[in-house]
Ligand binder design. Structure first.
Ligand code: PGA
Length: 256
């Protein structure tokens, strides 16, 4: 029996310059020494190169928060996957609720971005989740199924196996309202059943929970059977808070 692998992904959103990023990493690394959790940081575009150079030969994995679905082109203000890759990004968040709800990204665009990220050899972390209105209307499962199925449509199994999924109920993001571990587990089990339907039983994709994760709820959440990690926004901005979250997952005694 081995300990369940836990992935902890920080999403800095539009915070931290290149210099702030390296200061942060310098502070974080000694605090998480000896942890065997997989720690990822999704940083702003302009911080990728310096953060990736600074994190080289450390357990930290640096990535981006968005990318365009085209390889290149006349798309003023956009960024291509290959550019991110060259800057040092190993992964990219796709379909984050802020992209869906503030910038109007729909399921088809997110699908195209996912295909492009895989072509560009950047690991996608696909974010899905229902709004409060959708949950109240009993539509959570319908929304999750549509978001996952559209995103993965036609993607060969081998490629799909490189994706991580993040369940982030929109009503819990940045609001301080975390889903209870039981509610999150229920949604994760449902997401898992959709993945099994699409990919079969042999391809397992880690499913992370996101939405107001803090030091005190990280352990109960990751103790749930189908929660394989955390996507942390606000609390990842402070190296102390982020290290507390990472270390509290370490206490987790669950095995698989
Ligand atoms: P939060 O954000 O932890 O601040 O709720 C989560 C996210 O946006 O991924």
């Amino acid at each position: 029996m081995t300990r369940k692998k836990i992935y902890v992904v920080g999403n800095w959103k539009m915070y931290k310059s290149a210099r702030e990023a390296t200061d942060y990493i310098e502070e974080l690394l000694p605090k998480i020494e000896g942890c065997d959790e997989h720690v990822y940081l999704a940083v702003p575009f302009t911080s990728i190169a310096s953060a990736a150079a600074f994190a080289k030969d450390t357990p930290l994995v640096i990535g981006a928060q968005n990318m365009n679905d085209a390889r290149e082109g006349a798309f003023t203000g956009e960024i291509a996957g290959l550019m991110l890759k060259e800057a040092g990004a190993s992964f990219v968040l796709l379909g984050h609720s802020e992209r869906r709800h503030i910038f109007g990204e729909n399921d088809d665009l997110i699908h195209r971005k996912l295909v492009r990220a895989l072509q560009d050899d950047i690991q996608p972390i696909l974010c899905v989740g229902e709004t409060a209105t959708e949950r109240e209307a009993g539509k959570t499962e319908e929304v999750l199924e549509r978001q996952i199925t559209t995103a993965l449509e036609g993607i060969p199994l081998e490629d799909a196996a490189r994706i991580f999924l993040a369940y982030e109920p929109v009503w819990a993001i940045g609001t301080g309202k975390t889903a209870t571990p039981a509610l999150a587990q229920e949604a994760h089990a449902f997401c898992k059943s959709i993945l099994v339907k699409l990919l079969g039983k042999t391809k397992t994709i880690p499913i992370l929970y996101g939405g107001s994760v803090k030091g005190d709820n990280a352990l109960p959440l990751t103790s749930e059977k189908d929660i394989h990690g955390l996507l942390v926004g606000g609390a990842s901005l402070d190296p102390d808070h982020f290290a507390t979250i990472i270390k509290s997952c370490k206490k987790h005694g669950k095995t698989e």
